[in-house]
Design a protein around this ligand. Structure first.
Ligand SMILES: Nc1nc2c(ncn2[C@@H]2O[C@H](COP(=O)(O)OP(=O)(O)OP(=O)(O)O)[C@@H](O)[C@H]2O)c(=O)[nH]1
Ligand SMILES: *[C@@H]1O[C@H](CO)[C@@H](O)[C@H](O)[C@H]1NC(C)=O
Ligand SMILES: *[C@@H]1O[C@H](CO)[C@@H](O)[C@H](O)[C@H]1NC(C)=O
Ligand SMILES: *[C@@H]1O[C@H](CO)[C@@H](O)[C@H](O)[C@H]1NC(C)=O
Length: 444
């Protein structure tokens, strides 16, 4: 299933190139071959793909992040890698391989299989491809000749820190500071965590100290001519080329949620929140390149959207996160202020806190999937549906420095909401200066 979906979404960017190579090869083959058409066909099948791939000279960029990194920060790292890929493509035919989802700390629903999840389950692959050429990992295995990665570069900081406290951009091959998460097998290949694909091996692993923007890595990758496929591990180490610039927003806009998740979110809005794009003035274009909603045009559905991040955010006793009681008080005051009757709550609260919240705020609306829905959508899909519904609310308030809330801000920016209705957060009970989130204005 996963494989089929991935293959169906093959990159239009390199598709024409590939056809071009096939054409040349076919011509070449018929020139050289003196056999019958049947022979030619059979022989052609066996020689075509490796030669075609070689003639195309494609190079693959793979990446992964530190395992504890949550899904919403992973979405941010994708944007950094997309920038790097754009830089690399100025000098070669590079393709980004999407790291399968899975094994995430926060995805705790029991008894459901949550590894080797292709990006197509959460995002629209054709939308991503309208920004940069991307392929799913299984497509990479199929077209690159097997589950082998030529070179892994583990990104790390500099052992000596910043010299003289002066920050500069630099990249150097260095000995590994931490113990490698990869080990050699009997054949001399490197084994490790490759998104749950146990048969994947790497031919070489080295460490790279890097400090700076993603694109500072480009020369290192370009000059490593022996490696067709290069994986950057700990990719979160490098910074955005230009945070919130045009390139950032182009990539962010291309990260369109998978259609089935948007449909479920829209049906929920219509059924429980009296919210439709037409009434709410939140027109959506399937083609993100054609979507440009002026800020302020979106009205949003007649409900308050809330993201209430709990779990580890309260275990650490952070002073910028409210108690449930204070959060409910704030919700009630916002409902009154904005003359809204309904509140949609997205939260990762545990059973105990959820029961408490239900007692204090019995009228709240939540998206609660059945077990069957959950098995199909996974924790990642449910989180996206929560975000989608929050993104369509007339007024939204989130949790301080939660990347989950940040991604909702961006979605609302894309939909064209007045920033006043978006960049809001709960304050901690005893927080003196409750600084509100920054408005990162969309750039087209
Ligand atoms: N369905 C749902 N899941 C949530 C919600 N809030 C948090 N989660 C889950 O918890 C994870 C939170 O981690 P992140 O996505 O990284 O966002 P974050 O809030 O910045 O958390 P950290 O990265 O741990 O600092 C999400 O990916 C979800 O899996 C919510 O409101 N609804
Ligand atoms: C491994 O990669 C490093 C860095 O690119 C290179 O110097 C070294 O020769 C490679 N080793 C092998 C066995 O290919
Ligand atoms: C690339 O491979 C060739 C032959 O396999 C080898 O001689 C050369 O040292 C390699 N270069 C690098 C940078 O690893
Ligand atoms: C739904 O919203 C529309 C206007 O947006 C309103 O006319 C209608 O009465 C609402 N329906 C309910 C059931 O609240």
């Amino acid at each position: 299933m996963a494989n089929k979906r991935g293959t169906a979404g093959s990159a239009p960017f390199h598709e024409c190139l590939r056809h071009y190579s096939v054409l040349i090869l076919t011509i070449l083959f018929f020139k050289l071959s003196s056999g019958t058409e049947d022979d030619a066909f059979r022989a052609g099948q066996s020689i075509l793909s490796p030669v075609a791939a070689a003639s195309r000279d494609v190079r693959y960029l793979l990446y992964d992040v530190n395992p504890p990194v949550g899904s919403n920060l992973r979405r941010d790292v994708y944007i950094r890698m997309a920038s790097l890929l754009k830089t690399l493509r100025k000098n070669g035919d590079w393709v980004l391989v999407l790291p399968p989802w899975g094994h995430l700390y926060h995805w705790q629903s029991p008894d459901i299989h949550q590894v080797r999840i292709p990006w197509g389950e959460f995002f629209s692959i054709t939308s991503l491809q309208a920004n940069i050429p991307v392929i799913e990992y299984e497509e990479f295995i199929a077209e690159s000749g097997g589950p082998f990665i030529d070179q892994i570069l583990v990104l790390q900081s500099y052992a000596e820190g910043w010299r003289d406290g002066k920050w500069e951009e630099k990249v150097d091959e260095r000995t590994c500071i931490e113990k490698l998460m990869y080990s050699k097998d009997k054949q001399g290949y490197y084994r490790g965590w490759f998104w749950g694909y146990e048969e994947t091996r790497a031919l070489n692993v080295t460490c790279l100290s890097a400090q700076g923007h993603a694109s500072t890595l480009a020369p290192v990758l370009q000059n490593n001519l022996n490696a067709t496929s290069i994986m950057l591990d700990r990719a979160e180490t490098v910074l955005h080329d230009h945070y919130a610039g045009k390139d950032y927003w182009d990539t962010r806009r291309s990260m369109v949620f998978a259609k089935h998740l948007r449909i479920i979110g829209d049906e929920f809005r219509a059924k429980y929140l009296n919210s439709t794009d037409k009434q709410d003035q939140t027109p959506y274009n399937e083609d993100w390149t054609q979507m440009k909603n002026r800020l302020g045009i979106a009205k949003g559905g007649p409900y308050l959207g809330v993201h209430l991040r709990r779990k580890d955010f309260i275990w650490g006793h952070r002073e910028d996160v409210p108690s449930l009681k204070a959060a409910v008080k704030k919700i009630r005051s916002l409902l009154k202020k904005h003359k809204l009757q309904q509140v949609f709550v997205a939260t990762d609260a545990d059973e105990e806190e959820l029961a408490k919240l239900k007692r204090m705020l019995p009228e709240m609306v939540r998206y609660e999937p059945t077990w069957e829905d959950l098995e199909l959508l996974k924790d990642g899909g449910v989180a996206i549906i929560d975000q989608w519904i929050c993104a369509h609310a007339r007024y939204f308030t989130g949790t301080s420095v939660s990347t989950f809330s940040f991604r909702i801000h961006e979605e609302r920016e894309i939909l064209g909401f007045d920033p006043k209705t978006t960049y809001n957060r709960f304050c901690g009970d005893d927080e003196n200066e409750c600084e509100q989130p920054t408005h990162w204005k969309i750039v087209y």
